[in-house]
Design a protein around this ligand. Structure first.
Ligand code: MF3
Ligand code: CO
Ligand code: CO
Length: 255
């Protein structure tokens, strides 16, 4: 499938959807505390979407049962919110949300912390956020997609971390997962060429230990690190503009 070039109307729609996804993460932040279960957080996110005229793209997606993915500690991604998963002091947790508003998709995630976290955990979170930002800095017309993964993997590996290669960023906006696949580990100047109007996610998953993913055999979704060490992830939906990029899921003035 070819990489879609979105028109002005589509861009405006995807921007609106992306902003609701991002706002839902601001909304949920004060609820992420020791003692809460992740199903409770998922319900609050679902309510927030409803109040803003959006629906969750993950609910019933290939059988996925919840409105968000909530992935603590050694869970790399696709953690299924559950009453049994109760956050505790020292946890780090990724919350990943994808909205559909007027048929358009916005996809973003970030890390939250519970109480006092270890230095290992806070260093990992900072490095992972920096990886996303290094990737975003590569977004401009005529650059190769591979330079996103090159920038991310060079930094992560220099810090002694590993980069998950079994899950990638993706085109997004008209569908949930579009071409291209955006690798977070790649060779310099490899891959397709970026053009204005392309919209895709960058969502590096960075591990303290080995890169390898193990998907839970029972639920078919929860992706954990093979060595049970920590993993972190940040995700934004990004538009290629004529002179660079626009982060469509930025609601905090970070870019
Ligand atoms: N939001 C995830 C992504 O960034 C996809 C989750 S799919 C689900 O692409 F089914 F696990 F929810
Ligand atoms: Co995504
Ligand atoms: Co996502």
């Amino acid at each position: 499938m070819a990489i879609l070039i979105k028109n002005q109307e589509q861009i405006a729609g995807i921007r609106k959807s992306s902003q609701i996804a991002a706002q839902s993460l601001n909304y949920i932040a004060p609820f992420v505390k020791a003692g809460v279960n992740t199903e409770y957080l998922d319900n609050l996110i679902a309510d927030y979407f409803k109040q803003h005229g959006a629906i969750s793209a993950t609910l019933n997606y290939n059988g996925y049962p919840k409105s968000s993915c909530i992935s603590p500690n050694n869970v790399i991604c696709h953690g299924i919110p559950s009453k049994e998963t109760i956050l505790k002091d020292g946890d780090i947790v990724n919350i990943d949300v994808t909205t559909i508003l007027d048929g358009y998709f916005g996809d973003t995630s970030r890390m939250f912390t519970v109480g006092e976290i270890s230095e290992e955990a806070s260093d990992l979170i900072e490095a992972t956020k920096h990886c996303l930002n290094l990737g975003i800095k590569e977004v401009r017309p005529e650059n190769n997609f591979g330079n996103i993964g090159f920038a991310i993997s060079r930094y992560a590996q220099a810090k002694g971390y590993s980069v998950v290669y079994e899950f990638c960023g993706h085109g997004v906006g008209v569908h949930f997962h579009e071409d291209p696949q955006v690798d977070h580990i790649a060779r310099r100047n490899s891959g397709a060429v970026m053009k204005p109007g392309m919209i895709f996610t960058i969502e590096p998953m960075i591990n303290v230990g080995r890169a390898k993913v193990v998907v839970d055999k029972k639920d078919g979704w929860t992706a954990r690190t093979v060595d049970s060490k920590l993993s972190a992830q940040f995700e934004h939906t990004v538009l290629v503009t004529p002179d660079g990029f626009e982060v469509l899921t930025d609601v905090n003035g970070d870019y």
